[in-house]
Design a protein around this ligand. Sequence first.
Ligand SMILES: [Zn+2]
Length: 453
Amino acid sequence: MLDIALNNGRLIDPAAGIDKTASIGFQNGRVKIISDLPLNGRQVFDVRGRIVCPGFIDVHGHIDGHRYGGQLDLLQGITTTIGGNCGFSPSHVDQFLEQQNQNGFVINQAELVGESATLREAVGIIDPYVPADDRSIELMSTIAREKLEKGAAGVSLGLDYAPGSCQKELLAMARLCAEYHRLLAVHTRMTTCFDLNSLYELLNLAQETGTRLLISHYVYQYHAGGVRPGLEIIRKAREAGLDVYLDSGMYVSWTTGVHTATYDERNLHDNEMRFEDMVVATGEYTGCRMTREIYEKIRASREESSVIYLEGAENDPQVWECLMPAYAMPSTDSMEYRPGEGHPQIAGSFPRYLRQMVREQGLLDWPEAIRKATILPAQTARIRERGSLQPGWKADAVVFDPQSIKDNARYPHLGRPDAVPGGIDCVFVNGRLAADHGQCTGETAGEVVFYTK
Ligand SMILES: [Zn+2]
């Protein structure tokens, strides 16, 4: 007997080349059968008029085991998230993975080792503006190697957060990723907002070591004039044989911690960043425009606050342009906040991607949009048995209404950043119903994606 049967939906599985009306059955956490006839099972859903596709895979998140963030991911159709991005990760990724595996989590998780903050801190580098010396590089490499041996998915860099990072340090990390066939995910180093050297710096790492590169939240880095020339640089690099991908979000305005180097006075000055373009995303000033007084107060506080930098128009076409190349995939950059706080990316990203790029603007068709959100990230991060609904693979799936799927999340000065999206009927994680019409069911069927050499 099947555990779950989803009958008569439009099954779209780009990896298998399927786009047809069909029924699909899950058993013991895996896809058991795809059939032209309706199936029987313990739980049967008639999903006529709905799209059934593999669960979305978010290659760029900061969920790192946080419950509410994980639930918001799930409610937007994400069944696997890759955490530990931008140089920030749990300090013991191996122990973290073990623990998550024991406790269970709402969605599946893979984890990168963060270098720019976490590893640097582990070897005693407190000042983000200083380069690592040879001894520190050696120590960091030893720790990173151990974590890769014990299942980390790769290494992440957040070069804006460690402006002092030197080439030798980055090359050491790139070499390790190449050796272990893991991902090097990089939030680039922007010295000014038009800085394309930041891309060449990365491509040089790929050239020297052969590592696979994932350029993180591309639109946030390059929207101030660099999107098109940057894409051209990446296109040429790929043509020359470099293994480069990018992920990008659905918004232009980005958010980060107020204590990071990004919000240091000197960076505000160098990049002409203005208080009136900042909105506080967490804490007692949530939804307030920044003032000198608030800035000084929250920077002095020990509590970490997130601040959104408002840029560009709400529907800046560059957002979609970044996602058009075949090697580009949608991502959230989501993290943990308290209810009512944060950036709309935490709840709106994937529904917004589908609503805008497929239904409203017709830039992608359903199979291509789904490919970029499922099998492309799975292959990029070398995640096996996910990203497709082939019999035998893990039963991570989303059922949604193509006519009504939409994001409801807003910036905190305009509404709720964590508003649940509409049009998503069900989300299945490892064959269990984890979200049902916008509500989490309480299942914690998520698994940890361990890597072995
Ligand atoms: Zn980042």
